[in-house]
Ligand binder design. Sequence first.
Ligand code: SF4
Length: 336
Amino acid sequence: MDLFIPEVAYINPQALKHPLGNEAYQYLKSLGVPIIESNRVSIDTDSPVKNYVKAKKTILLTVSKQKKLQQCKPSADYQFALSSSCPGHCEYCYLQTTQGEKPYMRLFVNIEEILENIQEYIDGNKPNITTFEAASITDPVGLDHITRALEKCITYFGESSHGRLRLVTKFDHVDPYLKLPHNGHTTFRFTINTQWVIKNFEHHTSSAHERVEGAKKIAHANYPLGFIIAPIMLYDHWEKDYKDLLEELSLALKDYEKPIGFELIQHRFTSKAKDLILQRFPNTKLNLDEESRKLKWGPYGQFKYVYPKEKSDYMRDYLTGLIKDLFPNGRIEYFT
Ligand code: SF4
């Protein structure tokens, strides 16, 4: 799919003190993107839908001041961010509830300081290996053509003796990463889903086929590889669709011999998320019917609605069976 071009870019003057900030500024200027030198992003329309759409076309180039990194179990030891939010408009996105009414994208350009901070965590944990997740509050690939911070990061971890990087994306713009000296220290994961789910709920992200092609390139570049299948949804022809998807993927990866991790996550929602989704996507086809779901207590102190046990057991067994049949080197990391 085409690279995301913002409609407007704000630049925190501090960002211009960093090489990546200047390069991003020149890049945006060459594209004719209107640039406002200010740290205050203004998105004030007369409706939540318009606020959301406008925010998803607005970026702020800025610096990250985060020193204390949060833990990120089970994916990694810690998480950090090169950006926040993303150009995708996934109706169910869990960030809907955490990024407020105006989820514009912040891109952090002080990569030297971000990596210095990471190095302190790595050093403090030696001789153990420390792993870092880069995709907890963003899709790092979807925005990286603007700052190229992820490229720097992968190269840095490639040289790291005790640091390892993990990321996940729904975008297929992976060409800049194929020749990087990653040294097997970055695990590249793709979130995949059936084309029916993507078409209906994951607007402005790469298609199922494009993600498979992206994964094939990353496999050829010899990265450790993994997939998150999420959110898994039950609908009329879901079994056939997930089977077709996994068959296409297994064919694309037939020459890949390293272990392939699979994380399986069924569709869930909280009451708070449902309210926000209905405001932003009033005509959504998402199944948000509490009656047909089961309540489950979540780790973030909220109840969430998941599929009833019988259905989720069937879903888990069906997909687990397909993965076992199609991927001799596949490892199911969890189903939730
Ligand atoms: Fe949210 Fe990921 Fe979709 Fe972006 S791509 S909207 S982060 S679910």
